[in-house]
Design a protein around this ligand. Structure first.
Ligand code: GLC
Length: 440
């Protein structure tokens, strides 16, 4: 397909980013997502850097302005006028939260190092050094927090305490774990008595997205109930681990962490700074621990339960993200590429489905249970390129761009028909489309 065909997408993408621009940051989508989200802004900066590296820097500095005193980067920086979100999160109750800026109390995949590096590529040398010097201390504190608070046994894998932290809200392994082992009795009753129907009417997301394209109401209730528990513990990890035992070593998150660790060290090298030795020692453990998440029988990687150490054998797109981590062997990478291209698993006409087609949990239009997302395609393309799978990367890039050409800047897409789903005018779809368009 010729590049000319994509020209309209480039114009559309720029329009979407302008529409969602709030000067210091970009909202993921007007109405539906009115705050700043952590990994969204990282992807947005990766797209913005092409037209405005300065605006891209601001996108990232506004994230670190809201960093907690313990180093956590919160997954949402709240819009000051939306009081109902402040009521939901009540971050001021947490010991280490930001004194002035209202945020959520959990984190999201650590994409910041990647975004800082990519924006730096577009800056003149002196400005790049200045930007890296500004961002490195924040990155170090964030990664130190991840290992201190989220790897309490020093195993090398970060644990997550909410499906929202994974960025893939209703991904099947998390939903199964919640349903089977962490469902409060009142939610069980709502489920059994089908009381979810009246609750459904109260859902705000339904104003903008059709039924069947978002998490089920029961899943949504589980997510909010989990969030309330975390709030009750004031987002204190020691209390949380003592009381809830709901902690998962999420595969995709840890793959992104591995890549982020590598890039953080590259950033430090460019500006002749040392990364603290104890942090480097923690970082070294993660690629080794990643191999513990491999299941020989099915030939796939999985997330792991932090408490029982059992693998969660429910297949998802996360199995392909060790390609992005970049530390697995070429032989393993080849095995993953076979899964990627096999039409029984992840091979579809459009992007990579978030759950393989062969899985019983596959739902082609349901949020993170099947649809394809531009950000996960982008991560996989990047991994493929670094392993030298140039043809496969090119093909996935083309499929992704073709899908966006046809359906616009939607939040996610049906991987079989290419139909646009979820929110309209979605920022990271626009930003990463612009980035993919620069890769020839
Ligand atoms: C949804 C997605 C999450 C994203 C957020 C804002 O919650 O699951 O990954 O960051 O929306 O776009």
């Amino acid at each position: 397909m010729g590049e000319d065909f994509h020209a309209d997408s480039a114009v559309f993408a720029r329009h979407v980013l302008a529409l969602n621009d709030r000067k210091t940051h970009t909202v993921p989508a007007k109405n539906m997502y009115p705050h700043q989200w952590l990994w969204d802004s990282c992807f947005v900066a990766i797209g913005l850097r092409h037209s405005s590296p300065h605006r891209a820097q601001r996108e990232l500095t506004s994230l670190v302005k809201a960093q907690w005193k313990n180093g956590m980067l919160p997954h949402m920086v709240l819009h000051p006028d939306i009081w109902r979100s402040f009521k939901v999160w009540q971050s001021h109750k947490a010991r280490y939260s930001h004194d002035q800026i209202g945020t959520s109390g959990i984190t999201q995949p650590p994409m910041l190092a990647e975004a800082v590096w990519r924006v730096g590529e577009k800056l003149p040398r002196l400005e790049r050094r200045k930007f890296f010097k500004k961002m490195l201390p924040h990155l170090i504190r964030h990664h130190q927090w991840l290992y201190r608070d989220r790897d309490p046994h020093g195993e090398g894998l970060a644990l997550l305490i909410s499906p929202w932290e994974s960025g893939m809200d209703n991904t099947p392994p998390w939903m199964q774990e919640m349903r089977e082992n962490h469902l409060p009795t009142w939610i069980k009753l709502v489920d059994v008595l089908h009381l979810d129907a009246p609750i459904e009417i109260l859902r705000r997301d339904r104003r903008w997205v059709l039924e069947g394209q978002r998490a089920d109401t029961i899943e949504q209730i589980m997510l909010f109930s989990n969030q309330r528990q975390l709030r009750r513990q004031r987002y204190d990890i020691h209390k949380i681990l003592r009381h809830t035992q709901f902690a998962i070593e999420d595969l995709a998150f840890n793959c992104i962490l591995i890549r982020a660790n590598t890039i953080l060290q590259d950033i430090a090298r460019v500006i002749d700074r040392k990364v603290p030795a104890d942090l480097v020692a923690c970082m070294r453990k993660t690629p080794i621990a990643l191999e513990l998440l491999w299941d020989e029988k099915s030939g796939q990687y999985y997330s792991r339960n932090f408490t029982t150490h059992e693998l969660m054998l429910s297949p998802t797109i996360a199995t392909l993200l060790p390609l992005y981590a970049g530390t697995i062997t070429k032989k393993r990478a080849k095995q993953l590429v076979t899964l990627l291209t096999n039409t029984h698993h992840f091979g579809t006409k459009f992007g990579v489905p978030t759950v393989p087609r062969s899985a019983l949990t596959f739902r082609e239009q349901k949020y993170w249970q099947g649809p394809t997302w531009v950000n996960t395609n982008w991560l996989i393309i990047d991994g493929l390129l670094r392993y030298g799978f140039v043809e496969e990367a090119k093909e996935l890039r083309e499929k992704t761009l073709r899908m966006v050409d046809g359906a616009g800047m939607r939040e996610y897409f049906d991987p079989i028909t290419g139909k646009g789903l979820g929110a309209e005018n979605f920022s990271w779809t626009a930003a990463l489309t612009l980035d993919l368009l620069t890769q020839k």
